[in-house]
Design a binder for this molecule. Structure first.
Ligand code: ATP
Ligand code: MG
Length: 191
């Protein structure tokens, strides 16, 4: 299986589609958001640092994130393909990922971009706040996360296009349709 990078704004469904892909293709899954929330829950040194950034809607500094990502990747069993969910979020992170994989004889594989209107995203995140109670899912922090996404993360979309691995999917109201379209794309890339 090719590696997959799943990319999109907060609330675009990166975690949701990752779960579908993992269930179908039995790939490894790295969600940097989940890794960081685990560190916070366990009250580690890293967790203490991460909490300050996350609660404020900011990104964790690149050097720290790149280090965490490499360690998490190396801890997964090799050879089954990995889905990167929430990483990279900046151009330096993307360059570091490409280099880290190349050093291991691996490739980025394919990138899947999720496009969803901002009003839909806001509604989803406020709803998630009710269901899961994530500290960063409140209106004020969500707005900051959208701004960070536009300024620091969205420009990466073109970076992936230049790498020739971008595949774009636009939300049209049906999760089943999105899953079917994404899986067809994954099948074609691995054929
Ligand atoms: P989703 O699409 O899953 O709804 P999200 O983008 O809101 O998600 P996560 O991916 O869970 O959320 O990330 C939550 C927070 O963790 C980010 O706002 C950021 O502070 C931090 N974080 C996660 N990944 C990275 C990263 N690659 N670089 C820097 N900070 C990160
Ligand atoms: Mg997530």
């Amino acid at each position: 299986m090719k590696n997959i990078i799943i990319f999109g704004a907060p609330g675009s469904g990166k975690g949701t589609y990752s779960d579908e892909i993992v269930a179908k293709y039995h790939m490894g899954h790295i969600s940097t958001g989940d890794v960081l929330r685990g560190e916070i829950k366990n009250e580690t040194e890293l967790g203490k640092i991460a909490k300050g950034y996350i609660d404020n809607g900011q990104l964790i500094p690149d050097e720290l994130m790149i280090d965490i990502l490499a360690k998490t990747y190396d801890a997964l069993p090799a050879g089954q393909g990995v889905i990167f969910d929430g990483f990279p979020r900046t151009i330096p992170q993307a360059e570091a990922l490409k280099k880290m994989l190349a050093a291991r004889g691996h490739e980025m594989g394919m990138m899947i971009e999720l496009i969803v209107d901002e009003e839909v995203l806001m509604a989803r995140l406020l709803n998630r706040a009710k269901e899961q109670g994530r500290a960063d899912d409140n209106e004020e922090t969500i707005k900051k996360r959208f701004a960070v996404y536009h300024n620091q993360t969205a420009p990466l979309s073109e970076w992936f296009a230049k790498e020739g691995i971008r595949n774009t999917f636009t939300w049209a109201g049906s999760k089943e349709q999105m899953v079917a379209d994404i899986c067809a794309c994954i099948d074609a890339a691995n054929a």
